[in-house]
Design a protein around this ligand. Structure first.
Ligand code: ADP
Length: 687
């Protein structure tokens, strides 16, 4: 249930996170599109308003120019009133104004009195004749009379000889004399030239300007080359007295205008940057999420590891305060983590009687002294007051910067180990005791054999003494008394001998203390001497001892080593039972190792000339209870090996030449003896 929830939870957050990211990206996309669109719109409206402004300016230009022209035309009439002179002045005017095609001075009935044509082109009315336009002139003049001021006619097309033609418009200006109309001044305008001459060049350079009728019919047109496929148009009314036209300005732009100008480009660049930043952010977030997940997994793994550890862990800061304990430690001492965290000396798990000692130990540790790497043993107290032994391994706690941040300790509850050790020690002792008893049992038969002699001697001396006493009939002679004394002395001597034999066995069986001491090889051999001799005599074995001179003592548990020697000797002797009596030789030897000059230990060897050890026996030689002997217990060699190993040595054997087996082991020389030995060496060298 919890697992399913835990599995769904990340999936939920995952979906939510991605939908949030999706929404963010969509929003940013929409924002960018809107920005680009608005920038484009702004650009277009800018263009359109410039076009509108240009159209308005062009109309103003035309109007101003036409008004100025009217003034110029009026000036014609103020001069000489003869047609010839008028023509001269009109010619001058026409030269100045290319938009004027023709000027006429007409009478009140519209009869032409004088006229003048523009010097810039052949006469426009060559082909159709001026009469063709009389209608328009008449209309304009009628209007002029009505307005009592200049009036324009509607425009009309005049075809010419060159195949082209011209759209022209008449201006009629009434000439007044004394309140009435005395005549008219008719000026013919070329619409095309109005566009080319009267409008500022900046308008026509990049745009097309045209004059159209109200319904859009184009009358005249002028302008620069078309650029771009998208056309923008601005119309402005050119309202003249008697004639109304529309001035149209067409502008072109390149299409499609994705980045119409700097602003749009800037917005787009910023948007791209924004999207890039978003992408980077998303990637960064993804990476961070992955790192977070990995970290969480690592933490969970560490937690699981710590929780399943049987080793107690504790961290302390440099002031000795507990900063961390794992569950195993809490279980061990019986305190909850909250009861331990932040605590400093004395710790609640210190037995009160040892608090001072532990406080000192902690002070030493906090002073920066590293504890032994292999750890040390201590005793802790559980919450219920029970004590238990622990093995503590401590090490400095180094933080990420490589600086020591405190101490880390690992704890092992070694009560169980102690119990097992105790058990094994007890069983070992029992084993040793039974082995000793087995030896004793064996010795008993030997003893009886050995005691037979003194007892027989005692018996015969006693019988002899009794005989002497009965012979004396109450009064012993001096001879008898002396014989009796001798007999009693012999009895005492034999009894003493028997007592010694028994004591030697008794000593061996009773000695149980296990303390180690410095013992000389000679003393060891002497101790087992009587028993060994007894056995040798019984089995008809010759004994040979070989002890190097001036050997230092060895550091050992005397009783145990004697037992080892005794076992090896006994095995050796028994192995020779089958060989000829004259060849039954057992050698006991001790020598210094590695050399006499630098003696670190003594090598004991027991060499027999027996049957040797066959392979199938060798394989199980040290197995407890393995024996090839009818009455053997099979404990001797296993005990020997245990004892030798407890002394830090090794029990080895190898075949002896030409026959038999050599068993050997070494025992260490006590340290003080080593020092003394080297001093002696040094003294002897300097001497
Ligand atoms: P036990 O003497 O009671 O049999 P041990 O552990 O001392 O027990 O010896 C085990 C066996 O090893 C012996 O039964 C014997 O066969 C063999 N063994 C021990 N020492 C010798 C030896 N020096 N030569 C030949 N065989 C030996």
């Amino acid at each position: 249930m919890t697992g399913a929830l835990a599995a769904r939870w990340p999936a939920l957050t995952w979906n939510r996170r991605w939908s949030l990211w999706g929404a963010l990206v969509a929003l940013v996309g929409a924002l960018l599109a809107t920005l680009v669109w608005l920038a484009g719109r702004y650009e277009i409206s800018q263009f359109q308003s410039r076009l509108d402004r240009d159209a308005a300016e062009a109309v103003t230009d035309i109007r101003t120019a036409l008004t100025r022209n009217i003034q110029g035309l009026q000036a014609l009439q103020t001069g000489p009133a003869t047609p010839v002179l008028w023509s001269l002045a009109a010619d001058a005017l026409l030269r100045q104004h290319r938009e004027l095609v023709r000027l006429e001075w007409r009478d009140a009935d519209l009869t032409v009195r004088a006229h003048s044509a523009s010097p810039y082109r052949s006469d426009v009315f060559d082909r159709l004749g001026r009469a063709s336009a009389s209608q328009d002139v008449a209309l304009a003049c009628t209007a002029a009379r009505k307005f009592n001021g200049p009036a324009y006619s509607a425009s009309y097309f005049v075809p010419m000889y060159d195949g082209l033609g011209l759209e022209v418009m008449e201006l009629c200006m009434p000439l007044g004399a004394g309140g009435g109309v005395s005549g008219y001044l008719v000026a013919t305008y070329s619409l095309h030239h109005i566009l080319t001459e009267l409008i500022g060049k900046q308008v026509t350079r990049s745009q097309e300007v045209s004059l159209t009728e109200a319904d859009g019919t184009r009358l005249a047109m002028h302008g620069g080359a078309r650029r771009g496929s998208r056309v923008f148009t601005a119309n402005h009314l050119l309202d003249l007295p008697g004639n109304t036209m529309v001035l149209r300005v067409d502008g072109w732009r390149t299409a499609p205008d994705l980045f119409p100008n700097l602003l749009t480009a800037l917005v787009t660049a910023l948007s791209i940057a924004l999207v890039s930043v978003l992408t980077l952010l998303a990637r960064d977030t993804r990476r961070r999420l992955r790192a977070e997940r990995e970290l969480a997994e690592a933490l969970a793994f560490r937690k699981a590891m710590e929780d399943s550890l049987v080793t107690g862990l504790r961290a302390r800061d440099l002031q000795g305060r507990i900063t961390y304990v794992n569950p195993a430690f809490c279980d061990m001492v019986g305190f909850a983590a909250e009861e331990l965290l932040g605590r400093s000396a004395p710790m609640p798990y210190w037995p009160p009687e040892m608090a001072d000692e532990y406080r000192q130990r902690q002070a030493i540790r906090l002073a920066g002294n590293a504890p032994p790497r292999e750890g040390f043993e201590s005793v802790f107290m559980r919450k219920d007051g029970t004590r238990f032994p622990v093995l503590i391994i401590e090490a400095p706690l180094i933080d990420v910067l490589g600086k020591q941040a405190g101490w880390m300790s690992a704890f092992l509850d070694i009560s169980e180990q102690r119990r097992v050790e105790e058990l094994s020690r007890a069983s070992q002792e029992r084993l040793q005791a039974s082995a000793r008893l087995a030896t004793v049992g064996e010795m008993a038969s030997l003893l009886s054999h050995e005691l037979n002699q003194p007892l027989a001697a005692i018996a015969s001396y006693a019988t002899g003494s009794l005989n002497l006493l009965s012979d004396a009939h109450g009064v012993p002679t001096a001879q008898a008394l002396s014989d009796l004394r001798m007999a009693v002395e012999r009895i005492a001597g034999q009894a003493d001998r028997a007592g010694k034999v028994i004591n030697s066995v008794h000593d061996f069986v009773r000695r149980r203390d296990q303390s180690r001491e410095a013992v000389s090889a000679q003393a060891l051999f002497d101790a087992i001497g009587p028993l060994v001799s007894l056995q040798a005599r019984k089995l008809g074995v010759r004994l040979e001892r070989e002890i190097e001179a001036d050997l230092p003592p060895v550091w050992c548990d005397r009783t145990m080593v004697e037992q080892v020697l005794l076992n090896l000797v006994r095995n050796g002797m028994q192995a020779m039972e089958a060989v000829a009596p004259q060849e039954r030789l057992l050698r006991l030897a001790v020598r210094a190792v590695p050399s006499r000059a630098q003696c670190r230990s003594l090598m004991f060897s027991v060499v027999d000339h027996g049957t040797g050890i066959p392979d199938e026996v060798a394989r199980q030689l040290f197995t407890p209870f393995f024996t090839t002997k009818g009455e053997g217990m099979g404990l001797g060699l296993s005990l020997c090996r245990t004892v030798v190993e407890q002394h830090g040595g090794q029990l080895e054997y190898q075949p002896n030449r030409p026959r038999g087996t050599e068993f050997r082991f070494s025992l260490a020389v006590p340290p003080q003896q080593l020092a003394a030995g080297s001093e002696v060496d040094a003294a002897s060298r300097s001497g």
